[in-house]
Write a new protein. Structure first.
Length: 372
């Protein structure tokens, strides 16, 4: 906040210039309760409450209070000087061709005392001061005026920016789904942490001069919001989804931000994705591999029948056309790699059959193991 020395903050709070912080705080609380718009319905209570809050913000800050006191005292002194020199001649006025229009409008907002700062002993009605002359005994008048203009421009800019619509921030998070859900598509409920304006203090951070107990003086309130998200079929790992207006809310009429959701697909020991193809590792029993036959293969949207030829070996691949990932550009295949596996347990009869098979076997499959 730019210090506004045109207002007597001490008078607004009903305290003296040498009041302590405790006295100022006590006066503010008393007046704030009296003129708060929720309590006092009088038309002038809104402006009165704003003036009280503004006065407390300046006088409760030691640095701002010191700046205010310095300017206020100088203005009081300049008022006396103005009265004693009012008939001495034409006051000095600063002008610059490059900034003529700016100063023409800006001077209307500056205290007259700050425009006519000079000392009586140095004043001569016939003297024309230069814009860079150090007549005040401290620093050039041009610097003083420029500082005033900077303060006005900054104050206007800050006020305008504060009231302008501000869009809410985007939120980014992740969601983990199974490989089957990534192929079939699914719905998930996501808990997203949102930052919203504190409902207790409406973003003002303070209530009657005390930090808001809900937001601890931050003006913001964090809470989780449950959002139902649809994951489309054939979603690949790392896909980023955008859900419009599910981010943090906007301010002063600004639109809410977006939610960006990165999909992570869980790894599967037997199934993986390669482009649009689904790679499938399928176990076969020894008798299925030797005898061959029709094998039922579970897929994501049902089951398919795979014909396995006799004497199938581990590592052989079979392609099921059109059973892979489906996109707008193409449809992938399912590529099945078979792996002969023994059951974890065997019955006595099965063991006897293997013993019979052993006696009937001729030759050694390892004879040519190390030869070309």
């Amino acid at each position: 906040m730019v210090v506004n020395a045109r207002k007597n903050y001490y008078e607004i709070l009903g305290v003296s210039a040498d009041s302590t912080f405790s006295e100022i705080k006590s006066a503010y609380r008393k007046l704030a309760r009296k003129y708060h718009p929720d309590v006092n319905k009088a038309p002038e209570s809104v402006q009165k409450f704003k003036d009280i809050s503004e006065a407390y913000e300046i006088l409760s800050d030691s640095l701002k209070r010191q700046q205010y006191d310095n300017i206020f005292k100088k203005q009081s002194l300049n008022r006396e000087n103005k009265k004693s020199t009012a008939s001495a001649g034409t006051p000095y006025r600063y002008s610059s061709k490059s900034n003529e229009e700016f100063r023409k409008h800006a001077f209307d907002e500056v205290e007259p005392e700050l425009r006519y700062r000079y000392k009586k002993k140095n004043y001569n009605s016939k003297q024309n001061f230069k814009s860079n002359e150090d007549y005040s005994g401290s620093k050039p008048f041009k610097d003083v005026i420029n500082n005033i203009f900077d303060g006005i421009a900054k104050s206007k800019k800050e006020k305008s920016a504060k009231n302008n619509p501000k869009n809410g921030d985007d939120i980014s998070t992740e969601i983990v789904i199974s490989l089957a859900d990534s192929v079939r598509g699914c719905e998930r409920i996501v808990n997203v942490l949102h930052k919203e304006t504190c409902p207790n203090c409406s973003g003002r951070r303070f209530i009657n001069g005390t930090k808001c107990s809900v937001c601890k003086g931050s003006g913001e309130f964090e809470q989780y919001k449950k959002i139902t998200v649809k994951i489309p079929p054939n979603t690949k790992n790392g896909l980023k989804l955008r859900i419009l207006h599910e981010g943090n809310p906007g301010f002063n009429g600004g639109v809410a931000g977006n939610l960006y959701l990165t999909v992570k697909v869980e790894q599967n020991a037997n199934i993986s994705i390669d482009g649009n193809n689904i790679l499938y590792r399928m176990p076969l029993t020894p008798f299925e591999a030797v005898l061959g036959g029709k094998i039922t293969v579970p897929v994501f949207d049902g089951k398919v029948i795979l014909t396995v030829p006799p004497m199938t070996r581990t590592g052989q691949k079979f392609r099921l056309k059109g059973e892979g990932m489906k996109t707008t550009d193409c449809v992938g295949d399912m590529i099945i790699t078979v792996e002969i596996q023994l059951p974890k347990t065997l019955s006595d009869d099965e063991i006897k059959l293997y013993e019979k098979l052993k006696r009937m076997s001729h030759g050694n499959i390892r004879d040519n193991f190390i030869h070309d």
